[in-house]
Ligand binder design. Structure first.
Ligand code: 9MG
Length: 274
């Protein structure tokens, strides 16, 4: 299993880590910490040192009820960081966390190799931007939007509905000329899901392997882990590592996490014992 993305062929035969770099003032866990270029770049280099196989850079928070960010502001937040990292010749692909086609295009031009889209390329023009590039793409499931998603999420069968959605979006990508080895699929933990929905999905994650694309899982520090442990966001390290391990045991290929060093070490154990 691998992901083709830009100039990279990412080996996913063992579970790998995507390190999170939020250049936002309001992300739920690390908002406000990396809003200056130098601190963002320094943190990115630390994530690579800690073993991240991919860096995911975002300039607009996707937490519930986040304030939408105007296009120019999002560009000003993320593009200089991508350019600075590309200038340093980093050895890992950069992923841009955005749903806006103009940000995708500018980020790819600046050197990003993956588009991480929580709206699964449903914004007008987004599919065309990715299809015209050689970037990889992560298609994530979300019910509603970050402004509405936690109001009252409802499913008859959460696994079936998430799986049908991901299959349909994968097929639209394939029809647009984006090959299967450029596509990651993601059930979107916490995006329009209750605690029960998240747990049901986590338990049957391996069912999504039928879709024949690598799976990305993002559970790091999320509220479901707070609900299970009673811990607030600053104290969810152990729960996050446990969630990454369980996901990897179920076949997840890429774990999107804040705590790269601890997760990488835990995943080495998964790889050795699996
Ligand atoms: C941006 N973002 C926040 N949470 C995420 C998740 O679970 N998956 C992906 N792909 N992106 C996420």
């Amino acid at each position: 299993m691998h992901l083709r993305c830009g100039a990279f062929k990412l080996d996913l035969s063992t579970p790998q880590v995507m390190g999170i770099l939020n250049v936002t003032p309001d992300s739920f866990s690390d908002g406000g910490q990396y809003t200056h270029n130098e601190s963002a770049v320094a943190h990115a280099l630390q994530l690579i040192e800690d073993g991240a196989a991919v860096l995911d850079i975002g300039g607009e928070s996707t937490r519930p009820n986040a304030t939408p960010v105007p296009l120019q502001q999002e560009l000003q937040r993320v593009i200089p960081v991508i350019e600075a990292l590309v200038a340093r010749n980093i050895a890992v692909p950069i992923s841009i966390d955005t749903y806006k086609p103009a940000v995708m295009r500018a980020a790819i031009e600046a050197g990003a190799s993956i588009v991480n889209d929580v709206r699964a390329l449903q914004e007008a023009g987004a599919m065309d931007v990715v299809a015209a590039s050689n970037a990889g793409v992560c298609l994530m499931h979300m019910q509603g939007t970050p402004q509405t998603m936690q109001d009252d999420p409802q499913y008859d069968d959460v696994l079936l509905e998430v799986k049908d959605f991901l299959r349909a979006r994968r097929d639209v990508c394939l029809a647009a000329g984006i090959s299967a080895d450029r596509i990651l699929l993601d059930p979107g933990f916490g995006f329009g899901k209750t605690r029960a929905h998240n747990i049901a999905l986590a338990r049957s994650l391996s069912e999504l392997l039928d879709l024949d694309c690598p799976l990305l899982v993002g559970l790091s520090r999320k509220s479901v882990l707070g609900q299970v442990t009673g811990n607030d966001v600053a104290a969810r390290l152990y729960a996050s590592v446990a969630a990454a391990v369980v996901s990897a045991m179920q076949g997840a290929h890429l774990l999107r996490v804040h705590d790269v060093k601890a997760t990488v070490e835990a995943l080495k154990v998964v790889t050795a014992l699996k």
